[in-house]
Write a protein that binds this ligand. Structure first.
Ligand code: AMP
Ligand code: GLY
Length: 422
């Protein structure tokens, strides 16, 4: 089977790497991929959001399965276009991708099907939204409805901060049409966790819980990033909480999508907060988290194709979870200055040494291959991932490997997994 992976981050490197080791896969291609995938997967020079270009490339390369990494092509309808051309694709339809593409759609679904989540109001008029936050005068969260690359959420301490958020989203249209409508939510407090399930429209296979670290600096301080590291499993997801997530969140969400006429296929990534021991949904994503995917793929030791293909074809009956490593950790090495401005083109050293360490796999994000060497080519550069008997051991291995890799102005958090480490 020939598989085409869409995207260019460490998430896509991890998926392509697992697929390349799979007994049922004869070739892996990446559109466009990165420096890491270029070492083993043919690069196809098409942008992930060029839907007709991807369909044409999949046909030209005799692709049997397309695995879509990022959300933008899913929300734009890539899976529908591939299926119309007779090509199997892992990911939701455009209608089902609204779970991520419209925060208002997803909150209304949660309310209708009884999924626990923060109370909310929907606004299409900035004057009314501002009047509401001034009147409420308590901590609230303001969210642009549409996709805003993770930047359309303002967690406001007071009414003035909320008013500034409304102004940026709705009046300045900092995120374009994504800010035509907005949500104002009650602000929750508690640890955040990520839960992934792979779905075929009817049934689902639960993957393990993970925890991401979105702030740039140690102690969860500094600006929000795409994610500076992740680990699995997080201790706050006890077996009891996991059962509640499956029963109170996953099951009604998937039933709701079926009843709304948009059965969900692909991977549903639920972002949750554990509030006083109760799981509450913050958001849905319709793709793997990055760096959660790297941590999950490291723990998964078996073939991944039955899961992805079963989901794409609407029949997961042959797929089962195959966890072997009890724990994993992924530490992101970023360019100095990220998520603000940073320089690229820095020589990367120590990759082979790090990759040879026990339990370690180094996934590439923003790298470029130059001959036999690699240079930095993005904000998040590498996702250094390790398995272990527990989170502590995975952390020791991941940080030993992270320290063996050198490039100018390397930036990383030292405290990934702090809630699970002694
Ligand atoms: P979202 O993209 O909806 O997950 O929001 C991005 C981030 O904002 C989350 O990871 C949380 O840290 C924070 N956040 C979102 N909704 C809430 C909420 N209702 N209460 C507190 N923090 C929130
Ligand atoms: N790691 C969070 C995300 O992928 O959205």
């Amino acid at each position: 089977m020939r598989v085409l992976v869409i995207g260019q981050g460490a998430r896509e490197h991890a998926l392509a790497f697992k697929l390349a080791g799979d007994s049922g896969v004869s070739a892996v291609l990446c559109a466009p991929g990165n420096g890491g995938t270029a070492a083993f997967a043919e690069a196809v020079d098409v942008s992930p959001t060029d839907t007709p270009g991807i369909v044409a490339a999949a046909k030209a390369h005799g692709i049997d399965l397309v695995v879509v990494g990022p959300e933008a092509p899913l929300v734009a309808g890539l899976v529908d276009a591939l299926e119309a051309a007779g090509i199997s694709a892992f990911g939701p339809s455009q209608a089902a991708a609204r779970l991520e593409g419209s925060k208002i759609f997803s909150k209304e679904l949660m309310a209708k099907y009884g999924v626990p989540t923060a109370g909310f109001r929907v606004f299409d008029d900035p004057d009314a939204a501002e009047a509401y936050v001034r009147e409420a005068n308590r901590p609230l969260v303001v969210k642009a409805d549409g996709l805003a690359a993770g930047k359309g959420v303002v967690v406001a301490d007071d009414a003035e901060e909320a008013v500034r958020g409304i102004g940026r989203i709705m009046r300045d249209r900092a995120f374009g049409d994504a800010g035509a409508r907005l949500l104002i939510e009650e602000r929750l407090v508690g640890p955040e966790v990520s839960y992934h399930v792979v779905c075929d429209g009817e049934t689902s296979v639960a993957l393990a819980a993970a925890q991401d670290h979105k702030r740039a600096f140690d102690g969860d301080r500094g600006p929000n990033t795409g994610g500076m590291g992740a680990y699995s499993p997080p201790p706050m997801v006890t077996p009891e909480i996991e059962q509640r997530i499956l029963r109170e969140v996953v099951e009604p969400t998937l039933r709701g999508m079926r009843e709304e006429g948009a059965p969900f296929r692909g991977v549903l990534f639920v972002g949750l907060m554990i509030v006083d021991g109760e799981p509450q949904v913050l958001e849905y994503n319709v793709r793997f988290g990055d760096p959660e995917c790297e941590a999950l793929m490291a723990r998964w030791q078996g073939d991944i194709l039955p899961l992805l293909l079963g989901s794409a074809r609407g029949d997961l009956s042959a797929a089962s979870p195959q966890w072997e490593a009890p724990a994993s950790m992924c530490v992101v090495l970023a360019s100095g200055g990220y998520p603000g401005t940073y320089e690229s083109g820095k020589a990367i050293e120590g990759l082979a040494e790090a990759g040879a360490m026990e339990g370690v796999t180094v996934f590439h994000a923003g790298t470029k291959r130059e001959g036999d060497a690699y240079v930095t080519a993005g904000g998040r550069v590498l996702a250094v991932t390790a398995t272990g008997a527990d989170v502590e051991e995975a952390a020791r291995r991941a940080y030993a490997a992270a320290d063996a890799i050198r490039f100018e102005d390397k930036q990383c958090r030292r405290d990934i997994g702090w809630q699970a480490r002694g």
